[in-house]
Design a protein around this ligand. Sequence first.
Ligand code: GDP
Ligand code: MG
Length: 162
Amino acid sequence: MKPVIALVGRPNVGKSTLFNRLTRTRDALVADFPGLTRDRKYGDGRMGDRPYIVVDTGGIGESEEGIDRPMTDQALLAVGEADAVLFLVDGRAGLTAADQQVASELRKLPKPVFLVVNKTDGLDPDSAMADFYALGLTQVLPIAAAHGRGVRALMEEVLAVF
Ligand code: GDP
Ligand code: MG
C-alpha cells in the first residue's frame, strides 16, 4: 500500500517546493488515480523501496484562506483522503494566527500529523522550531524544502508510521 501524504499550510510556506522535491519534478502531472478528484495535485515519490503518493493543496482557492476559513475545501478533502498530513509553516515568518487555526483543525484528526517548519536554511533549526511547539503538535521537524535539508529525515519519520 502506498501511503497518501497531504501537504497543507497557508500560502507561501513552501508546499509546492516540497511537493516537487518529494516527487522529483518541477510540476508533476495530475495523476490518474481513480476515485480521487482533480482539483488537487497528486504525485508519486519514493524513498529507497518505499513508495508514497503526495498531494499538494496549493493553487485553487488559496486566497480563500483566512480568519473565518482556515482551510480551503480542497485542503480539507486532501486531509480527509490522506494517511498522513504534513502541516507546513514558515520558520522565517514565525507563528501566525492562520497557523493556529489550521492546527486546531488538524489536532482533531485521527491520523498522523507532522508539523514541518520550512525555510530553516541559514537559521538555527532549534530556535526556528521553538515558537511552533505552542501549536500542540508533538512531531515537529525542521526542513529547507528549497535545498533539501531535513527532507530525508522527515520522510523517514513519516514512512515509519506505515
Ligand atoms: P506554497 O504557496 O506553500 O506552495 O509555497 P511555494 O512552494 O510556492 O514557495 C513559496 C516561496 O517560498 C517561494 O518563493 C519559494 O522559493 C520559497 N521557499 C520554499 N521553500 C523554501 C526554503 O526552504 N527556504 C527558503 N528560503 N525559501 C523557500
Ligand atoms: Mg503552492
